[in-house]
Design a protein around this ligand. Structure first.
Ligand code: NDP
Ligand code: CA
Length: 322
């Protein structure tokens, strides 16, 4: 199959329109750590050749640059300092990286260092107010999972936006740990977004609007999903807006074949404060045919996870549901 062409979809409640000047384009993507893809994942239907970093990195960059997000949230980054940081900086982005304390990449021979989460924002659009590098805890004990949380200020309007990126514990049998890690992250986010500070004239009082991007490694049926959707932070998952009823997550955000079998699952999410922000459009999910019989990754798509992308706008005065 060819490189999947993906359309921007405008939810049915909205008349199709061009990207609003004021909307903020968010991309969420687990890009597949190079060391894990070559050394640990066991993607048996993907030729090793298709994982060659010198070519694969251009497929990743092509996907990012095609959509030109204002905010980019990545997981499994093990080429931050030698690739993404310098290239994204030359394109006008400011980046931040947080490695996993015991990255499984370090077990792979000839690794390029630990993998971790990265957060980039467009410097022309935002200035940085605060950064928190979090190691997620479970029952007071530190875990191997991390999050980056940044409070940004919109240069044009002075409005603030808090953005978080995380990658929760993988594998079945760890549902409870994911749930507790999610609870810990929500707790930190409550504390960070409730902190006052000077607000602009355009910005009402109240908590800072929030966007949380992540590979949650959890289907929508899991406890951690329920925790996020029912939290006091009033979060909603952007990709539900792609469904006809506006209530259903996509059928998959990751599709791969390992020796243990085929795995087609919804694991990745963009959460947003639904009374302060609205979803203008979303990048659609490639069809099974577009993904192809060998699933992901492939010569045509560089990760086993699909990128998620949406445009968000601040709700304006009378429509704001606060
Ligand atoms: P996770 O279980 O969260 O998974 C780590 C990576 O493995 C993820 O990127 C995940 O991808 C991927 N993965 C998920 N399922 C599979 C699978 N079936 N086969 C292969 N890869 C898969 O890892 P942790 O952060 O909990 O770290 C665990 C690993 O870290 C250990 O296996 C060990 O190698 C290493 N470690 C080393 C320590 C040390 O002392 N050196 C200490 C602790 C851990 P995705 O999220 O896309 O599903
Ligand atoms: Ca992975």
């Amino acid at each position: 199959p060819a490189r999947p062409h993906r359309n921007l979809v405008y939810p049915s409640s909205m008349a199709p329109r061009h990207k609003q000047n004021s909307s903020i384009r968010i991309m969420q993507w687990n890009i597949l750590a190079q060391a894990l893809g070559e050394g640990k994942d066991g993607f048996i239907r993907c030729p090793l050749d298709a994982l060659n970093w010198e070519e694969r990195k251009y497929l990743i960059l092509e996907e990012i640059l095609t959509h030109s997000p204002d905010i980019l949230c990545l997981q499994e980054v093990d080429h931050y300092y030698d690739t993404f940081q310098p290239i994204m900086a030359s394109l006008g982005y400011q980046g931040s990286f947080l490695a996993k304390p015991w990255s499984p990449c370090l077990d792979v021979e000839q690794n390029n260092g630990p993998d971790g989460c990265a957060l980039f924002y467009r410097r022309s659009r935002f200035s940085l107010q605060a950064t928190a590098h979090l190691r997620l805890s479970a029952m007071m004990l530190p875990t191997n999972q991390v999050a980056i949380v940044q409070t940004l200020s919109c240069r044009a309007t002075g409005r603030r936006l808090c953005v978080a990126v995380t990658h929760l514990k993988a594998r079945s049998g760890w549902e409870r740990l994911r749930s507790v890690q999610g609870a810990d992250l929500l707790q930190s986010l409550r504390s960070i977004t409730s902190q006052g500070g000077p607000s602009s004239p355009e910005e009402g009082a109240g908590p800072v609007p929030l966007v949380v991007c992540g590979d949650f490694n959890a289907e929508p049926s899991e406890d951690v999903y329920r925790r996020f959707s029912s939290s006091t932070l009033r979060l909603d998952s952007a990709y539900k807006m792609l469904s006809s009823d506006g209530q259903t997550e996509p059928a998959y955000t990751s599709w791969k074949i390992r020796p243990s079998g085929e795995s087609c699952s919804t694991l990745d999410y963009i959460w947003y404060t639904h009374d302060a922000l609205s979803v203008d459009c979303l990048l659609d999910i490639p069809t099974e045919e577009q993904i192809g019989p060998d699933r992901l990754p492939s010569y045509h798509y560089p990760s086993d996870h699909l990128s998620l992308l949406c445009d968000l706008s601040f709700r304006e005065g009378p429509h704001m549901l606060m």
